[in-house]
Design a protein around this ligand. Structure first.
Ligand code: NAG
Ligand code: NAG
Ligand code: NAG
Ligand code: NAG
Ligand code: NAG
Ligand code: NAG
Length: 716
């Protein structure tokens, strides 16, 4: 059997095509951007400067806008959702969610996704993409966790920094969010979060640090308070940490309606308020005239915005705004989809995690099939509702969560369509969209049973789920349906479309021969699924979160308190499971393949030196040989976890590298890892700084956080 797989090579080619087609102009350094901005801003009156920092109101053609100035001229800026693509408009791509991008563990694919999104935003005349999101799946119940990269900082860094590079290379300013400590929907407007300095730095700030290094133009402050002060007027968080410690040169914008004051916000570090002028505009001008806010500060706010605009060369390349969030039908027709659906299909397959595959049930050769059952409301779309307002009514096939973080589907290929198409005319498909009736499951070669679990942003709810999930159970009678189908058919295949972990009390049922976990796969969902089922693509998706045996095993839930304390500190999810020696159902980083990979010859070289401040610096280079020892070609996700010396007080092990390597059957390849100060440091609180701890480290190389194949020790 020959399985043509999704190879790293195909992504390289794809990426090259995207880059060549899109890299019209080269972004500027902050220094160059500031010198251009200085020339413009010094000609502006105070009123003009304030205009550039002030939203024009709710209900405009973009999610948010600023007004233009003339003489000197600066355009009105269009700010638009979402981290998944251009919201509130037609003729755009609606691809895999960020949680799926993370599950691909594929840097090049993640970059290519950022790239096409940037291209689509810019093509529609949008100046600022509201994304990517970098809040964590601290609790698997978190309503918006699917908009982001899961539970691990290193994976979050790759996801967010590559997305920012892809977007800004296409001249759109990215606004990374939500800054900071905004990991749940419940009480997000009226709760205060507390995390100690080390936890804040090593987990929650880390992706922001790396995005600042990647040149991100904007940061969005969150709704919540941090230690009792709103994030958008938090002098410590915005001025001391973000602009001071991290050296952020771009602008801070408020989340929609998150600004709570004029003087405290502006002096606290907020540079742009969205979406209404309420606290800025004339009130800000008055505050400057009354010496409550310095004119230097007003100039600084404006400089930051104008410099970000120059940095991504929007002064050269400025397509007209071609969206209309008020009435989508009134937007000028601009189709930006190009062939981005190809990447969506590839990433849908590359992020599909194969959790169980008894006796090589998968891949299935359609030639050997006569009759299959496809059961469950998640297996097909309801054409009346699949594109409903902010997706807050999807009870049929799930391919994205709900809220402002969504994008309209140009179409949605559901599993029923995708599988029928791949199986061909010769195969009889018994379809049942009922979640209660298992009649269709009987007397077929295989019974595919579908179920889902949804969540979203707290602005809308489905039933009694008001954003965060209430529990980890499947929706729509899913558990009972799966058990009943498995009792009725000895070749049952379970497919779960979910925003995050669910409980799987049926996982060990002897008739359940395979479990597939496609996540939120976007517009080509059914095609991507079929590519895995039939073996057109050998699965290499890995879980970006931990699936536990029971809800109380997880390291955190949703807090109902007014003060939310991140008590688990550094021990978020898999680190907690490692620490407390809890066996997960499926661990972080887990996923099966149709082939087998062998790991050998781990070599590690550690070199220490002194940096310019006479502090310890180090580079650790590791290489491992991987051989495809199985029956078919495929890609392996080689993961590197680091244990710090005991004295560091760190979690048992933490992801510090991963690579996707494609190998032909029998082929051998070398994977290299390079860990530098960034990966080797902890946040020391006395004094507050990043330091490389002294002592013995361990590097664990493996196929998941619980499948370590080789370990090497080194001393720094
Ligand atoms: C934008 O500025 C112009 C000129 O100052 C003004 O007439 C217009 O009302 C402003 N628009 C909004 C939406 O604030
Ligand atoms: C553009 O979007 C509209 C509205 O959904 C649709 O009718 C039209 O077919 C789309 N055009 C293309 C080329 O996809
Ligand atoms: C803005 O100023 C106006 C008067 O100029 C005042 O009525 C209003 O309350 C102020 N808004 C806020 C949010 O402070
Ligand atoms: C889980 O939450 C859903 C939605 O609120 C509810 O309908 C269901 O009864 C809950 N299930 C369990 C097992 O608590
Ligand atoms: C926050 O506001 C909501 C809605 O107004 C209210 O139900 C809740 O009790 C408040 N929570 C806290 C912690 O103050
Ligand atoms: C390769 O790895 C598999 C497990 O993935 C193991 O069963 C097999 O013995 C290994 N083969 C060699 C040659 O090391």
């Amino acid at each position: 059997m020959h399985i043509p797989s999704l190879s790293t090579t195909s992504f390289t080619l794809l990426l090259a095509t995207f880059s060549l087609a899109s890299a019209k102009v080269v972004t500027l350094s902050w220094e160059e951007a500031y010198s251009k901005a200085e020339i413009l801003v010094r000609q502006m009156s105070l009123e003009q400067k304030v205009t550039i920092t002030t939203g024009t109101g709710w209900g405009g053609i973009c999610s948010g806008s600023t007004n233009c100035t003339s003489n000197p001229d600066f355009p009105s800026l269009c700010l638009q959702d979402s981290p998944l693509g251009v919201r509130s408009t037609y003729n755009v791509t609606s691809g895999v969610s960020a949680i799926n991008a993370a599950a691909s563990f594929d840097k090049q694919a993640i970059r290519a996704r950022g790239d096409y999104m940037g291209k689509e935003f810019r093509g529609k005349g949008v100046h600022i993409q509201l994304g990517p999101t970098m809040n964590y799946m601290r609790s698997p119940l978190g309503g918006r966790a699917w908009e982001s990269g899961g539970e691990d900082p290193y994976l979050m860094v790759v996801l967010s920094a590559e997305t920012v590079k892809g977007g800004q290379d296409n001249d759109v300013i990215c606004s990374v969010k939500h800054f900071l400590l905004n990991e749940q929907e419940l009480n997000r407007m009226n709760s205060s979060t507390e995390a100690d300095s080390r936890t804040m730095h090593e987990i929650y700030l880390w992706p922001f640090v790396r995005c600042v290094e990647a040149g991100v133009g904007s940061v969005m402050c969150s709704y919540n308070e941090i230690d009792g002060t709103y994030a958008c007027e938090n002098d410590y968080i915005l001025n001391t940490v973000l602009k001071g410690e991290l050296g952020f040169k771009g602008f801070v914008m408020s989340d929609w309606g998150a600004t709570q004051s004029t003087i405290a916000s502006v002096n606290g570090g907020l540079d742009m308020t969205m979406p209404t002028p309420e606290y800025f505009g004339k009130n800000l001008t008055d505050a400057v005239n009354a010496n409550k806010v310095s004119e230097e500060r007003a100039t600084d706010m404006t400089m930051r915005i104008v410099a970000a605009w120059y940095k991504v060369r929007q002064d050269i390349d400025s397509p007209a705004v071609a969206i209309n969030s008020v009435d989508q039908d009134k937007a000028p027709y601009v189709n930006v989809q190009e062939d981005h659906h190809k990447l969506v299909r590839e990433m849908g397959a590359a992020s599909n995690v194969l959790l169980k595959n008894v006796k090589n049930t998968f891949p299935i050769n359609p030639k050997n099939l006569k009759k299959v059952a496809i059961i469950g409301s998640d297996s097909a779309v309801d054409p009346r509702t699949f594109n409903c307002d902010m997706r807050a009514c999807t009870s049929t096939h799930l391919a994205q969560g709900w809220g402002f973080g969504t994008v309209s589907f140009p179409y949605l290929i559901d599993p029923l369509t995708g599988l029928k198409d791949a199986f061909g005319e010769g195969v009889v498909v018994q379809s049942s969209l009922s979640d209660w009736d298992l009649e269709a499951a009987k007397d077929t070669d295989y019974a595919f049973v579908f179920a889902n679990a949804n969540s979203g942003e707290e602005i809308q709810f489905i039933g009694d789920t008001a954003g965060d999930r209430n529990n980890l159970s499947l929706w729509n009678n899913g558990d009972n349906l799966i058990k009943a189908v498995a009792d009725a058919n000895k070749n049952t295949i379970v497919v779960i479309h979910s925003v995050g972990p669910v409980l799987m009390p049926w996982a060990d049922h002897p008739n359940i021969k395979a479990i597939l976990w496609p996540g939120l796969a976007g517009q080509k969902s059914g095609n991507s699924l079929a590519d895995i089922v039939t073996g057109k693509v050998n699965p290499s998706g890995r879980l970006p979160y931990t699936i536990a045996k029971q809800e109380q095993d997880h390291s955190a839930g949703i807090s109902k308190e007014a003060v939310i304390v991140y008590e688990e500190k550094l021990l978020m999810e898999y680190k907690w499971f490692d620490h407390a020696k809890i066996e997960p159902l499926f661990p972080f980083g887990y996923g099966l393949s149709y082939t087998k990979f062998n790991y050998s010859k781990l070599e590690v070289k550690a070199t220490t030196s002194l940096d310019k401040d006479n502090k310890k610096d180090a580079i650790v280079e590791a290489s491992i040989s991987i051989r495809n020892g199985g029956p078919v070609e495929g890609a392996e996700i080689v993961q590197a976890y680091l244990s710090f010396p005991n004295s560091a007080g760190s979690p048992p092990k933490q992801l510090r590298g991963f690579e996707k390597i494609f190998l032909e059957k029998g082929e051998r390849g070398i994977v290299d890892f390079k860990l530098e100060k960034t990966e080797l440091s902890i946040w020391d609180t006395k004094p507050e700084s990043w330091v490389i701890p002294s002592g013995q480290f361990k590097l664990h190389i493996g196929a998941s956080s619980r499948d370590i194949r080789k370990v090497a020790k080194f001393t720094l």
